[in-house]
Design a protein around this ligand. Structure first.
Ligand SMILES: O=C(COP(=O)(O)O)[C@@H](O)[C@H](O)[C@H](O)COP(=O)(O)O
Length: 370
């Protein structure tokens, strides 16, 4: 059976700053989505990471479907109305356009979607991050799908020997989607050369090479800044990752995330801090808006979901979190000096740029004396 999995995510308001959505807001989104269970949808879940709400939907309407995207848009609008009534912070923040026009791509919400031919025991994982950018998934996914030091299945399983195909998007490109397809392991160094630049080159999809019709992962790639033309919050990404058998196993994604790789984001979208794996429905941290990621594990049969299992909630993650938070504290001790604060080109707020422009007028060229 073919099933499309769609995850559509938006920040439409939160309590007391950029923290978490209110219970009433969540209930409004949930209610709108639940109404379509058994109609448009085979199944659905609603959860949050920081102040971002993710709507996970399974259905048979294919990628980019107007009715599915329209449903998510309406659900976020319903949430926005509650946020406005409650005076929540950033009400409707990620709904950048007034009217829905057939697809939420380009309207503000982040989207990850893939269509799969369901395996007898389909297993998948949903990743949702807050206070960071889509490139935050580059390193963990590269390690899980291309590096046997982290992903032993690449050596141990015949199903994984052929490697994986990476589709990498240039998110700085403004006229249409620009992407490149590269095979690991043969093109590993080319893949690495691109993925190291997490602001510009972002993994959009990963496919099995042994079974070329089988998509392993889909990642959202939207840059809100390019839609709005100004800072409107971060491009907090979501991803769908299929796991087990012909894909890396669920537990092979743990070590890449335990690394706590430095990513861009956190306070005012303008700093580097390590990506912190947290349980689902964790509010954003008041420690400098620490970039965070949740992972939910599901089984699926005929499009109906069992789960989630909260994949970053078991006891092993506690000491890992302590280590990652210690990295964050160390980075913050150097305040605004790079690389703690991002380079000018990546700052989400324009304050420093305006200041530098004013200072520029005060510079004087010294005479050389020749
Ligand atoms: O990262 C932040 C918000 O991220 P978000 O949009 O919730 O993904 C915060 O650090 C804000 O940038 C900061 O709180 C200032 O917000 P404003 O006062 O400009 O709304």
């Amino acid at each position: 059976m073919e099933v499309t999995v769609s995850v559509i995510k938006a920040d439409v308001g939160s309590v007391g700053g950029h923290t978490r959505p209110s219970d009433e807001l969540l209930a409004a989104v949930q209610q709108r989505v639940e109404a379509e269970r058994g109609g448009l949808l085979l199944d659905a879940r609603v959860f949050y990471c920081g102040d971002d709400i993710s709507i996970l939907m399974t259905h048979q309407r294919g990628l980019g479907d107007e009715a599915i995207h329209g449903l998510a848009w309406e659900a976020f609008r319903a949430g926005t109305e509650v946020a406005q009534r409650q005076g929540l912070y950033g009400a409707g923040q990620d709904l950048l356009k007034d009217a829905f026009s057939g697809n939420v791509r380009g309207l503000g919400p982040q989207v990850a979607e893939l269509t799969l031919r369901e395996r007898p025991n389909e297993a998948l994982m949903i990743l949702a991050a807050d206070k960071t950018e889509p490139g935050a998934f580059n390193l963990p996914l590269y390690l899980a799908f291309a590096d046997p030091m982290y992903s032993p299945g690449l050596l141990l399983s015949e199903e994984l020997h052929a490697g994986f195909r990476f589709v990498i998007m240039d998110v700085e490109h403004t006229e249409g989607d620009r992407s490149i397809t590269l095979d690991a392991p043969e093109r590993l160094y080319d893949i690495a050369a691109l993925l190291r630049d997490t602001h510009r080159y972002v993994i959009a999809g990963i496919w099995s090479r042994k079974y070329p019709d089988e998509q392993a992962a889909a990642v959202s790639t939207t840059r809100l800044r390019q839609i709005a033309g100004r800072y409107v919050g971060k491009d907090d990404p979501v991803a769908i990752v299929r796991v087990q058998k012909i894909f890396p196993a669920t537990e092979e994604f743990g070590p890449p995330f335990a690394l706590g790789a430095f990513v861009a984001g956190d306070t005012r979208g303008s700093h580097n801090l390590p990506l912190l794996p947290v349980p689902v429905n964790t509010p954003a941290s008041t420690f400098f808006c620490h970039p965070m990621v949740t992972a939910l594990g599901f089984s699926m049969h005929e499009g109906r979901l069992t789960g989630p299992v909260d994949l970053f909630a078991d006891p092993v993650w506690e000491p890992i979190r302590h280590r990652i938070v210690a990295k964050a504290v160390a980075m913050r001790q150097q305040g605004f000096f790079q690389p703690a604060m991002l380079p000018i080109s990546e700052l989400e707020y324009g304050g420093i740029t305006a200041r530098l422009q004013r200072l520029d007028a005060e510079f004087r060229v010294e005479a050389t004396g020749d």
